[in-house]
Design a protein around this ligand. Structure first.
Ligand SMILES: C[S@@+](CC[C@H](N)C(=O)[O-])C[C@H]1O[C@@H](n2cnc3c(N)ncnc32)[C@H](O)[C@@H]1O
Length: 219
């Protein structure tokens, strides 16, 4: 984690200013800064706590004594993915590199923080049947692929599976309705890590793990 902290310290100036609260006169400037920063670093500005939480969750997805990958879909710039890989976790980053109506077009590997395999979420799952742990950072708002992604994982019926979603809750700026519905129907929110975030934005790390026997009764 030392390397992760060092890296994040090095890019701190590019990240959100925690002093700027909603309604602050400087908010508009901060939002413009976000628009620029996204082009280089992606939508989520990672924190050491988030990276550690993700690395710990990956370990829980494999039987004791075994390891396996964190399969990431829609990785884009893949900054969070890269930092998780610095912890020694095996990370596979993927993205079909399609435009989603913004300037963030991933046109070649050099523009991402780590090697990104050119795959849709569905193809990535099919190509990596060994993966029990999945991550999506800022899955496309109302993107049909996001619900299909969770559906494909549910079909695997693996009791160790976890899905890490970095984004907002249902009704926010990430995923479609099917994505949120399938997550809450088939998984239990195991942990939530709030790190740095831009003013007006509520993204956080959500780790969705296996449902416990009495979790349905609690609902
Ligand atoms: C809002 S961006 C988030 C990118 C990056 N994870 C980040 O946080 O900056 C959504 C990403 O979903 C990708 N995407 C679009 N269609 C996809 C699909 N069918 N399967 C997987 N990813 C897809 C886009 O290329 C884009 O990189």
């Amino acid at each position: 984690m030392e390397k992760v902290r060092e890296f994040l310290d090095g890019i701190e100036d590019f990240g959100p200013d925690p002093q700027i609260k909603f309604g602050d006169p400087k908010m508009m400037i901060e939002m413009r800064k976000r628009d620029e920063v996204i082009k280089y670093f992606g939508y989520h500005f990672p924190s050491p706590e988030g990276i550690q939480g993700i690395a710990d969750a990956v370990q829980k997805c494999y039987p004791e004594g075994e390891t396996g990958p964190l399969l990431c879909v829609g990785s884009g710039k893949s900054l969070t993915e890269y930092l998780v890989s610095m912890t020694g976790t095996e990370v596979i980053a993927t993205d079909p590199c399609v435009s989603h109506g913004s300037e963030i077009l991933l046109t070649d590997e050099t523009k991402s923080f780590m090697r990104v395999k050119i795959l849709t979420a569905i193809k990535a799952i099919e190509e990596h049947p060994e993966a029990n742990c999945f991550m999506t950072v800022w899955p496309t708002l109302k993107g049909e692929w996001t619900g299909d992604f969770v559906e494909k994982i549910v079909e695997k019926k693996n009791p160790l599976t976890r899905i890490i979603h970095i984004g907002e809750v249902e009704g926010g700026c990430t995923g479609d309705d099917k994505f949120h519905d399938l997550l809450s129907e088939n998984f239990e929110l195991e942990s939530v890590i709030w790190g740095k975030r831009w003013v007006g934005i509520h993204d956080h790390v959500q780790i969705w793990g296996p449902k416990t026997p009495d979790s349905d009764e609690e609902e």
